[in-house]
Design a protein around this ligand. Structure first.
Ligand code: UVW
Length: 324
C-alpha cells in the first residue's frame, strides 16, 4: 500500500518566523504576552461613544456553522415546567420552581479561541513541546491558560469583505485568498492606522451565508475566504507583534491552500499557532460592528475577550466584546 507523502510543512516554514522560547521555555500563551497594561490603556484610549458590540454567534441547538467532523451543539432541558405540569414534581417549599439544561458541544462549535496546542505539524506543538502533551487533554498550553490571562487591548477591524467584496452584501467571494496587501489596502481605504500589538479582527462577511435561506453561494467550511500563507504576511505579523487574529470565518485562513504546487490544509495554523504563538479565534459575528464602523468611520476599539477556562482544553467558546 502506497502511503501518501505528507505536504512538507517543515520546508514551507523553514525560513518563517519562530517564537519558541521568546517568552520562556514554559510559556503557554505566546504572543498574548505582548498584551500588558500599556496595551490595555491603548485600547481604552480608543473609546469614544461607549457603544458596545458582542461578537459571538448565537448557540442554537442542532444548527450552527462548524468545521467538518464536528457537529453543532445539542441542547437539552434536564428539568423544565413539564415535570410540574405532568404532576411528576412539586414546587419547592415556598412555591419556587426551576429549570435546568445541558449541552453537548464541540468547544470549537461556536465563536471560540483556539489554544496554542490545538494544531501542529511534525511531532512538536507550540514552544517545541512534544505532541504527546496533547494526549487525553492538553497538559501544556491548554485554552484555560488563555482564559486565565484574558485578552484585552486595542483592536482594529479590517473589513476586507467591504473593501474587496460584493457591493451589496459586503462579502468576499468563496475561495478568496486574503493577502498582506489586501489587509494594508483595506486599512488605507478605511483610514485605519494599524499599530504594533493591535489585535487584528478581520471581516470576510462569509459566515452570514450560513443562515441565509437562499444564499448567494452556499456556505461551505472548505471554500470559505480567508488569510493565505506567505512569508511576507508572517514576517509582517511578527514585526507588528500581533498578539491575536480573530475572524468571522471558520478557520481564520482559507482551509485549502495551494503553495508551490503542494496542497496544504490550514498551513497558517502551523505557522501562526505552532511556530509564532499567535492566538487564533474564529466564527465571530462582525456584521453589526462593521456596519457601525462604516457609518462612523471608527475602526479601532477596545476588545475584551476571555475563553472559558476549560482545563486541558484545545479550544473554548468566547463572547468577545468590542467597546467603541
Ligand atoms: C481547525 O481548523 C481544525 O480547527 P479551528 O477552525 O477551530 O482552528
Amino acid at each position: 500500500i502506497a502511503i501518501a507523502q505528507q505536504p512538507p510543512m517543515e520546508n514551507l516554514q523553514s525560513s518563517a518566523p519562530n517564537n519558541w522560547g521568546k517568552w520562556g521555555e514554559e510559556d503557554q500563551v505566546g504572543a498574548l504576552n505582548y498584551l500588558g497594561q500599556t496595551e490595555v490603556r491603548n485600547g481604552i484610549d480608543t473609546i469614544q461613544s461607549g457603544k458596545t458590540f458582542t461578537l459571538q454567534i448565537p448557540i442554537t441547538s442542532g444548527v450552527g456553522p462548524v468545521f467538518p467532523g464536528r457537529i453543532p451543539t445539542q441542547h437539552f432541558m434536564a428539568t423544565d415546567a413539564g415535570i410540574y405540569m405532568a404532576g411528576k414534581a412539586e414546587p419547592a417549599p415556598g412555591g419556587m420552581k426551576y429549570s435546568d439544561d445541558v449541552a453537548f458541544m464541540y468547544l470549537q462549535g461556536t465563536s471560540h479561541v483556539d489554544s496554542l496546542a490545538h494544531a501542529w505539524y511534525g511531532d512538536q506543538i507550540y514552544g517545541g513541546k512534544s505532541e504527546s502533551t496533547t494526549v487525553d487533554g492538553h497538559t501544556h498550553a491548554s485554552v484555560a491558560e488563555i482564559g486565565k490571562k484574558g485578552i484585552a487591548g486595542r483592536a482594529v477591524l479590517l473589513d476586507v469583505g467591504r473593501h474587496m467584496g460584493s457591493d451589496d452584501l459586503h462579502r468576499l467571494a468563496t475561495n478568496t485568498c486574503i493577502n498582506l496587501d489586501d489587509l494594508k489596502a483595506t486599512a488605507e481605504t478605511q483610514g485605519t492606522t494599524i499599530n504594533k500589538r493591535d489585535i487584528l479582527v478581520i471581516r470576510t462577511g462569509s459566515i452570514a451565508r450560513f443562515w441565509e435561506e437562499e444564499p448567494d453561494e452556499e456556505w461551505n467550511a472548505m471554500n470559505e475566504p480567508g488569510l493565505c500563507h506567505s512569508n511576507e504576511l508572517l514576517n509582517w505579523l511578527d514585526e507588528m507583534e500581533t498578539p491575536m487574529i480573530a475572524t468571522d470565518n471558520i478557520a481564520v485562513e482559507k482551509v485549502v491552500q495551494e503553495i508551490d504546487g503542494e496542497t496544504y490544509i490550514i498551513p497558517l495554523h502551523g505557522a501562526l499557532m505552532r511556530d509564532m504563538g499567535v492566538v487564533l479565534s474564529e466564527i465571530w459575528w462582525l456584521d453589526d460592528l462593521a456596519a457601525d464602523s462604516a457609518e462612523d468611520g471608527q475602526y479601532s476599539f477596545m476588545l475584551v475577550a476571555a475563553p472559558l477556562k476549560m482545563e486541558q482544553g484545545t479550544g473554548a467558546p468566547v463572547n468577545p466584546m468590542a467597546i467603541k
